[in-house]
Design a protein around this ligand. Structure first.
Ligand code: CTP
Length: 225
């Protein structure tokens, strides 16, 4: 590598759901498959980056050639993402971490008591991985996601500011239920740019392309550490 040659970008992607245990055999989770993040990780790798994929429980196959960190809970995802992000240039927050977890994890397997009475489950808030890392961003580029039903652009922009994202990928209401629909790339001071929304791979390639353009613009030289 010549002196002027740029080192490889270091990219971290969070993907998939998390599982928040209730007892030894039960958990709270959601239906995220992790596909979008997996495809972003694959594309970043194909473009020559060093990629760490922090992946929640999914049966989707992670791409070859990336450093894979498997996690279960949101708190594990935060720990893994924070460690990987330390030396990263770009972090893409494609995961759907559970917003709450059961306040206590029961030992063994909870028994039903047969009384027929409702049972109360106390939930506590999970940390926000993106917002937490956003507080100590240094020179990194952060890209987030939002799924908005009402006033999508307003709420996406609010999320962009709150979590200190450099760009946010907005999935409009048509995407609720995974049907496919409008997807937008939103930057703080620019008009939204439409992204192709046919299939996840195509959308992920476009997202990665936009994210790398941001990297090139914000890090004209490799950052010194
Ligand atoms: N995110 C995260 N950690 C969480 C929750 C969300 O890192 N505990 C990230 C996601 O990876 C995504 C963005 O934050 O990049 C989504 O933010 P969120 O506020 O959860 O948005 P929505 O899923 O759209 O939900 P809501 O509007 O109900 O808050």
């Amino acid at each position: 590598m010549g002196k002027r040659a740029r080192r490889r970008w270091r990219v971290v992607v969070t993907a998939g759901p998390t599982r928040e245990p209730l007892d030894a055999v039960r958990f709270l989770s959601n239906a995220s498959t992790g596909r979008m993040g997996i495809e972003v990780a694959r594309e970043a790798r194909a473009r020559g980056a060093d990629v760490t994929l922090v992946l929640g429980p999914t049966s989707e196959r992670p791409p070859e050639g990336v450093a894979l960190v498997r996690v279960e809970t949101c708190r594990e995802m935060l720990t893994a993402a924070r460690a990987a992000a330390r030396s990263a240039d770009l972090v893409v927050f494609a995961a759907a971490p559970a917003d709450w977890r059961p306040a206590v994890r029961a030992r063994g397997k909870l028994k039903k008591d047969g009384s027929g009475r409702p049972r109360t489950l106390t939930l506590v808030e999970n940390p926000d991985v993106a917002a937490t890392l956003g507080r100590r961003k240094r020179g990194r580029v952060h890209v987030g996601f939002a799924l908005e039903v009402a006033r999508p652009f307003f709420f996406a922009r609010r999320k962009l500011r709150k979590k200190r994202f450099d760009a946010i990928v907005l999935n409009g209401p048509a995407n609720v239920g995974g049907g496919g629909g409008d997807v937008w790339w939103i930057r703080p001071d620019a008009a939204p740019a439409a992204l192709p929304s046919g299939d996840k791979r195509t959308t992920a390639v476009a997202i990665t392309s936009h994210a790398f353009a941001l990297l090139d613009a914000s890090h004209p030289r490799p950052a010194r550490r």
